[in-house]
Design a protein around this ligand. Structure first.
Ligand code: AQP
Length: 355
């Protein structure tokens, strides 16, 4: 226990409508990281009940996100793929972190404010405590790196704050038990049990915006289906959504700087660059000065070329329910064994009596 191996953890909620933002901001990067990291990828079903408790199709949506992970190229043998609710240590550690985190910290979370909206009194306690469960998801494996979209930055900062407060509050016990590792907190070297996790937000499209409003992020819960490209959309639907995407009347600029103050144009160019695995300046050097009527069909063709094989593979994998369930079950067993090792020490540090 007194080393922390580099380890990647991330999760996606099974809330339906998995979209291009989830793919470019998260799943595509999960795939890239698996070549040289030990990775744990989780379908966070317990998070998905914080907004809507009753889901007729939660189990199928859990399978669909799993199928998306596999279709995108995640290897469930080399790495761990499972759904959160199979591993009770997440909820156990989340309770401990509820007692570490301060109300003031959670009160500052913008995602809670956005999701609770005006009716905050009626929001679930689970929605308020969402970030402590997310911290537990990560730290139950002492994960060191978390690839996420830009919208999760604040929650990852909170995860670091929780780890740091835990390490600090229990520093004597951690030293006494000899379970700490040395880590840097700012300029200071400290001995802690939980790592200060690094967010990995630097991908080419950390914040894909809505196709209907370039100032809002593309989101599963947007009531307009035209605002997002779903991973399950067929070629005609993708082409239609891109054709209808909001743009301004000017042609594309001849320099990347010209995208500033043009959120819709910037979003489409960013999506193109991320799908083509090139830079925005390369896209601008090809399309600068041209009209959206030229650019949109090229983007639609590229999106279909990249997404159609994933959608087809998702359909194929989803058709084999026993296979998907088997992956989640085996992944859950492996994850639980890992999380239990961490929890055993965490319980000892705190003084929770078990065996
Ligand atoms: N628009 C986005 N651009 C880039 N990354 C994104 N992510 C989400 N939206 C974008 C990233 O996808 C991962 C999984 O997200 P999630 O399912 O856990 O939750 P979310 O961020 O709440 O997703 P949505 O689609 O925006 O759902 P709703 O509508 O419920 O709020 C995360 O890494 C996230 O950053």
């Amino acid at each position: 226990m007194n080393t922390i191996q580099p380890r990647v953890f991330s999760g996606v909620q099974p809330t339906g409508n998995l979209h291009l933002g989830n793919y470019l901001g998260a799943i595509k990067r999960f795939v890239a990281l698996q070549d040289d990291h030990d990775c744990i990828y989780c379908v966070v079903d317990m998070h998905s009940i914080t907004v809507q408790m009753v889901h007729e199709d939660l189990a199928d949506q859990t399978r669909e996100v799993t199928a998306a992970f596999l279709a995108a190229g995640i290897d469930p043998e080399k790495h761990i793929v499972f759904n959160q609710s199979r591993v009770p240590q997440h909820a156990e550690l989340a309770w401990i972190f509820n007692c570490v985190a301060r109300m003031g910290w959670l009160n500052r979370m913008t995602q809670f404010k956005e999701k609770a909206g005006k009716d905050r009194e009626n929001a679930s306690v689970g929605l308020f405590a969402y970030p402590t469960l997310m911290a537990a998801d990560i730290l139950a494996y002492r994960a060191t790196h978390v690839p996420v979209g830009d919208d999760q930055k604040q929650h990852l900062e909170l995860t670091r704050d929780i780890a740091q407060k835990f390490n600090n509050d229990f520093s004597d016990r951690i030293a006494e038990l000899g379970v700490g590792v040395e880590m840097m907190v700012g300029e200071e070297k400290v001995n802690g049990f939980f790592p200060l996790t690094e967010p990995l937000i630097e991908g080419p499209a950390p914040r894909v915006m809505s196709l209907r409003d370039g100032t809002k992020k593309m989101s599963k819960s947007d009531p307009s289906d035209l605002s997002r490209i779903n991973l399950t959309d067929d070629a005609d639907t993708i082409a239609k959504k891109i054709r209808k995407a909001k743009t301004d009347p000017a042609p594309l600029p001849s320099e990347v700087e010209g995208l500033k103050e043009r959120p819709e144009a910037e979003n489409l160019v960013t999506i193109f660059a991320a799908l083509a695995e090139t830079s925005r300046s390369a896209v601008i050097s090809d399309f600068g000065g041209r009209q959206f009527s030229d650019f949109k069909p090229a983007l639609a063709e590229l999106a279909v070329e990249k997404l159609a094989p994933i959608a087809a593979e998702m359909r194929r994998i989803s058709g084999d329910r026993a296979y998907v369930d088997g992956i989640l079950k085996r992944g859950g067993e492996r994850a639980e064994a890992e999380a239990e090792q961490v929890m055993k020490v965490a319980r000892k540090i705190i003084g929770l009596l078990r065996d």
